[in-house]
Structure formats: C-alpha cells, structure tokens
Design a protein around this ligand. Structure first.
Ligand SMILES: *Cc1c(COP(=O)(O)O)cnc(C)c1O
Length: 391
C-alpha cells in the first residue's frame, strides 16, 4: 500500500519527531490512556504553554492566581494544579491525615499518631490508589460486588479514619452508595471525602457536581478529556481542604515536592479548562457518534465479526464506542489480531474486552482514523481467513 500511514483517509501525517527516534507513533482507539500519552493538546493549550515558557515567574504567586481562576471557571471555592490526578490523590491523603495538626503538614515521623485509614469500596479500587499508601495511608476496603452496604460503611468509620475515597463511575452506581449518602455519614463525623474523578469527563458539569454534593475535593486528570498537559491534574473543592493540600505540595519542600508542576503545566491546564468549557460538547458527541456509526456500518457488512454500539466509555463516562467481536471459526485469534494491529504501521492500539472482542473508542481518534482502523482490521481478518478447500 502506498502512503499507508492513513494519508489516503485524509489524516494528516504527524509523528515525525518520534519516527526520527525510531519510535513509531500509534493511532489511539483505546481512549485517554496515560500509557499512550493521554490526549492531544489543542493549539490554544500549546500556545499558552509556549508563552509561559518565555519568562520567569514566582511559582507560588502563579499557583495562587491560576488556582483562583480555575476555581471561578469551575464554580468551586478553590482549585489548584497538581502533577496529575494520582498526585492529587497523594496530596489529598496527606491533607486528610494531617488535617488536625497545627500546620497541616504531613511528616513521616508523625504517621504513628495520625488517622491513617482510607475507606474505599471494593468497586472503587483503582491502580492509582497506591498513591494513598505512598503517603502513608492504609486502605480499608468495604463492600462486595453488587452490594452497597451502608451498615458496613457506618461500622468502619471512626477516629482512625482519615478520609473516604470515592470513584464516581456512572456504571458502578448500582453497586455502591450514592455520593450524597456517603457525604452525609462522613459529615457527621468530620471525615473528609475525596473524589477521584480523573476520567469522569464528560459531562462538563462534573467539574462542579461532586463538590456540590459535598465532597471536600474532586480530582481530574489534566491529560485526559481536558486535553491539557499529561503531567497535570485539576484539583477542585473547599478552600479549607485545598489550602491544606497546598501546604504539602510543590513548590514547598514537603512530601509532595517530587510531584513537580512547571509554570507551563499550570498555565497549560488553565488554558485547557478554558478550552474545555468553551467546547461545543454536543457537536463533539455528534462527531463521536459518526465515527462509531462508521465502524458499526463497516462491521455489519462483514460475516466474520459482530458489532454493537455501546453507550458508555471505558471509565463509565457517557462517550459512545464500538464493540466488535470475532465470530467463532473466523480463523483469527483476538489477541493475535490486536497484537498485529499494534505491530506494524499504521500502528493501532485498541482495548480488549474480557471475551473475544475489543472496543474502538472515538474520543482519541483524529478525523478519518476510524477509516484507517476499519481498513487494517479488514486486511488482517481477510489474511487470516481459513483457505477454501475442494473436499
Ligand atoms: C487516570 C486515572 C488516574 C491517574 O491520573 P493521572 O492524571 O495520570 O495521574 C487516577 N485515578 C483514576 C480513576 C484514573 O482513571
């Protein structure tokens, strides 16, 4: 094939800087996964970062000014920029443990005498909750699959509880207590609630919804749907709790110092939030629907796959995606197919399901890449088709 990096589907050729290093770029049909680079920053964000790189500035002054503007934009009392949502989880844990100390600064030597338990529902466990343990916290896991057990929550909360951690994935709503109810129990005991909403955009209202429900703080990834710097995180919430987080955060030289946030990241995330709030979200959803429609129509014409449109994205956010399954007897193994897609240009990365299928998520595709994906899938499926024999 000629120009086979998607050029004939009208996708602009990019990634030269990576190829010069011998690293072939990837078409991302998996979604905003950090391991693939998160998301692509729009020109407004890149331009802001470029301008930020032009002069020196007092980082504490900048942190405060950016925080005030982010708080206004997201209808929260306070906000600040962390070095990613996982860093926000670390700082939230530090602030929660040190909340009753005089200066609010977490010191390792004091851990023995502080509340250290972080209550989390089993369905809310994520690989990133390691950041809580990194700060010296201990996870107290409650709940069983499909059982929002209010009694168990009430039983575990006590003087040793530092905070409740809540991951508001819409598709888990049946399995866990609603956030309002969790907040109610926490409030009566003066226990903070930390919401890890790293991948919970869209909808845009989530930027203020969780904190309006009474959570002390909500954390978002700067490098996922917000399309800001991958190394940034948006922290929004109550002035008191966020002030406590900043006492443990960069640029101060406490435990959060290794999670650095550059001036370009601060300004870049602010530009990303401004951009995100101005986005025509309905138009964007229509674009996603068109990509998914294209893939669904393509797959329906084939005998070797079945296809369905799914309403929710990987993290439960309301972003549609296509779910493709290989029929039995196609001669193609799902894992081999996905490995082949990833092996040679145009390299494509897709998310496997727990069975024989995979998803194609539209939100990280550039225009036309859904066609590149369909064409490569067709090539690989046809190459694997069992030979027709005479007998
Ligand atoms: C992606 C993600 C994180 C980590 O976010 P970073 O900004 O990459 O640090 C944390 N929690 C959840 C639920 C996530 O999906």
């Amino acid at each position: 094939m000629i120009g086979d990096r998607g050029g004939d589907a009208g996708v602009p050729e990019t990634g030269g800087i990576y190829r010069r290093l011998g690293v072939e770029p990837i078409i991302n049909g998996r979604s905003t996964f950090t391991i693939l680079g998160g998301s692509l920053m729009p020109p407004a964000v890149l331009d802001a970062m470029r301008q930020a790189a032009d002069s020196f500035v007092d980082l504490s002054e900048l942190e405060e000014a950016v925080g005030r503007r982010l708080a206004d934009l997201t209808h929260n009392e306070a906000a600040f920029v962390s070095g990613g949502a996982a860093a926000g989880l670390f700082l939230g844990a530090a602030a929660a443990m040190a909340r009753d100390t005089e200066d609010g600064v977490l010191r390792l030597a004091d851990l023995g005498s502080l509340p250290r338990e972080f209550v989390i529902h089993q369905a809310h466990r994520v690989p990133y909750d390691l950041a809580i343990e990194q700060a010296g916290g201990r996870l107290v896991v409650i709940g069983r699959a499909g059982q929002p057990d209010e009694g168990e929550l009430v039983d575990v909360l006590g003087a040793a509880t530092a905070a409740i951690v809540y991951v508001p994935k819409a598709h888990l709503a049946q399995d866990v207590l609603p956030l309002d109810l969790v907040v109610e129990h926490a409030r009566t005991l003066g226990i903070p609630v930390i919401v890890d909403a790293a991948a919970q955009l869209p909808p845009v209202e989530n930027l203020w919804r969780f904190t309006r429900s009474g959570a002390d703080v909500a954390l978002f990834s700067g490098g996922k749907a917000l399309c800001g710097p991958a190394s940034s995180g948006l922290v929004v919430g109550s002035a008191r709790f966020i002030e406590r987080m900043t006492r443990n955060a960069f640029p101060l030289q406490g435990l959060g110092r290794p999670m650095k946030v550059g001036k370009e990241d601060m300004v870049g995330l602010l530009a990303a939030v401004e951009w995100y709030l101005e986005l025509d979200h309905e138009a964007l959803t229509r674009e996603y629907e068109m990509s998914v429609d294209y893939l669904v129509r393509w797959a329906r014409r084939r005998v070797d796959v079945t296809v369905a449109r799914e309403a929710l994205g990987e993290a439960g956010q309301p972003t549609p995606r296509a779910h493709v399954s290989l029929r039995h007897g196609t001669g193609q193994d799902r894992d081999e197919l996905l490995a082949s897609l990833r092996a040679t240009p145009p390299r494509i990365d897709l998310l496997a399901d727990p069975d024989r299928g995979f998803y194609v998520a539209p939100e990280t595709l550039r225009p036309g890449e859904e066609k590149v994906i369909a064409r490569r899938l067709a090539d690989l499926l046809e190459a694997a088709r069992p030979p027709i024999t005479d007998d």
